[in-house]
Design a protein. Structure first.
Length: 506
């Protein structure tokens, strides 16, 4: 057993999905065509410009708080956090320091160990608050006396949700799993559309016999879950080495070098930085409506009118959340946490898988959910990744894959041969599925029982044409072939259909 216990807390900055920025009319996008193309007067702190709160940003924060089971403050406040840096034109950031939008709550996430035992972990949420983003510093070319620094203000003023956790995490991989789950939650809620969340990690290590948290270091602005995992594990190892050498860990801010996989000091925190927080005089208190049980502070009587954000109405709009989807898929299909995580994390994969399952179930033929998962997420996914295509843009629909898998299983086609058939159908082979199966497996006897039933039902549906064919109007055979082809799509060879119909119409 290790003598040292790590404790990790995270500060996750999630850009809010909204048409405009949180306090201005500047366009809010994930990417821009040119630098400084979406900048409003307030973003540049021009004299006379005033902030106007974007209701959509508040709704995104409330929805996220509800999904995290957080308590909402009926009346929250905006503050100015003062510091000077070129990416902050006003020399202060509008945030929620005294009374945040929400506090408390938790997020449960799968702690996957890739074995047969699926486990889950839970992290307590300390608070969720709204704030504005800063602009981007772009290092420029060398000039006399130093470097030219450029600033892109497109990002300045974008709405952010900062989600702060308690120090409940204990490793880099666990922190990465938490951030991945949080990102999936935000995507499900459609409250953030950024692929990478920016994370600050607070890391400390304490002795197993000491209940007090150790001195922490903060690794700032980590932009991928892989970097997060590596940065935290490096810091834990560094802390332990310092402590075991008899020295003390210095409280400081560090950055992560993703090329060397190490952290480097940026500035010390021996003295607490004075941000000179003050209430923002240009923004009224943010007041929520509703009788929701998770709203606290009902005794407050603010003088300002509320924002028109109805918490009860937003709760009704909560979709099925990732952990709820996992539980449903586990109960319904017997899929593991690992399998459901793959389906949830890959764009359109869950919808595609459910489409395949539904089409197979409609055929009244029983196939293992694990077998179907393997065809979707092992065989087809490998073809999609080679082409750089997502499931929604796949050339093979869920219905087509279901038909192919049914034919392969009904005819006991070996897996390697079936994979060759899948590749040919995926690449747009003009032959029918059965013809491809037959050509790839010359010794295989194709089961045409289902096809014969379909042909019989079509013939019985058109008795007049059937009698006329038997009376000598042989052109009606083409009529029946087209009807059967329309029914079975591209599953069967037209020649096979012709042969069966001729036998039925004798």
């Amino acid at each position: 057993m290790s003598r040292w216990i790590p404790a990790i807390g995270l500060e996750v900055h999630a850009p809010i999905k909204a048409a405009v920025k949180i306090f201005s009319g500047g366009l809010s996008r994930t990417s821009y065509d040119a630098v400084n193309e979406a900048v409003a007067f307030f973003d540049l702190a021009l004299p006379g410009s005033l902030p106007v709160l974007n209701k959509r940003c508040v709704e995104a924060g409330v929805l996220t708080a509800l999904a995290l089971s957080s308590k909402l403050n009926r009346c929250s406040l905006f503050d100015r956090k003062h510091y000077f840096y070129p990416d902050l034109p006003s020399s202060y950031q509008i945030t929620q320091h005294r009374v945040p939008l929400a506090y408390g709550g938790h997020l449960k996430f799968p702690a996957i160990n890739y074995s047969n035992d699926d486990t889950s972990a839970s992290v307590r949420i300390k608070q969720l608050h709204l704030e504005q983003d800063s602009s981007q510093i772009i290092p420029g070319q060398k000039v006399v006396g130093g470097h030219l620094t450029l600033v892109d203000y497109n990002r300045a003023g974008k709405g952010l949700m900062e989600i702060v956790t308690e120090p409940d995490l204990s490793s880099g991989s666990e922190a990465a799993a938490f951030v991945n789950e949080l990102q999936l939650l935000l995507k499900t809620l459609s409250t953030s559309d950024e692929e990478a969340l920016r994370v600050d990690a607070n890391i400390s290590v304490r002795h197993v016999d000491d209940d007090r948290l150790g001195i922490r270091t903060e690794v700032k602005n980590i932009q991928s879950w892989k970097s997060l995992s590596k940065a935290i594990d490096y810091e834990i190892k560094r802390h332990i080495e310092v402590l075991e050498s008899g020295k003390f860990v210095q409280q400081e801010t560090r950055s992560f070098d993703k090329h060397k996989n190490i952290t480097l000091p940026t500035r010390g925190k021996g003295k607490r930085q004075d941000y000179r927080f003050m209430a923002d005089p240009d923004l009224a208190p943010l007041v929520l409506e509703g009788r929701d049980a998770l709203i606290s502070g009902s005794e407050m009587q603010p003088t300002q009118a509320n924002t028109g954000v109805d918490v009860d109405n937003l709760r009704c709009k909560l979709p099925e959340l990732p952990m709820q989807i996992r539980a449903r898929l586990k109960d319904q299909y017997g899929l593991s946490y690992h399998q459901t995580s793959l389906l949830l994390n890959e764009e359109g994969a869950l919808e595609y898988y459910c489409s395949v399952v539904s089409n197979i179930e409609h055929s009244h033929y029983v196939l293992s959910s694990q077998l179907i998962f393997s065809w979707v997420f092992t065989e087809l996914w490998s073809l999609l990744r080679k082409d750089g295509v997502t499931f929604p843009n796949s050339k093979m629909s869920g219905k087509t894959l279901a038909q192919l898998v049914l034919l392969l299983e009904k005819n006991n086609v070996a897996r390697d041969k079936g994979l060759q058939v899948l590749k040919r159908v995926y690449r747009g082979d003009s032959r029918s599925m059965l013809q491809i199966i037959s050509d790839e497996n010359p010794s295989l006897t194709i089961d045409t029982t289902e096809l014969r039933k379909i042909c019989l039902s079509i013939v019985s549906k058109y008795p007049i044409q059937a009698n006329e064919y038997r009376a000598g109007v042989k052109a009606h055979l083409s009529f029946f072939i087209h009807k059967v082809m329309a029914k079975v799509e591209n599953k069967y060879n037209p020649q096979e259909i012709r042969t069966i119909l001729q036998d039925i119409l004798k």
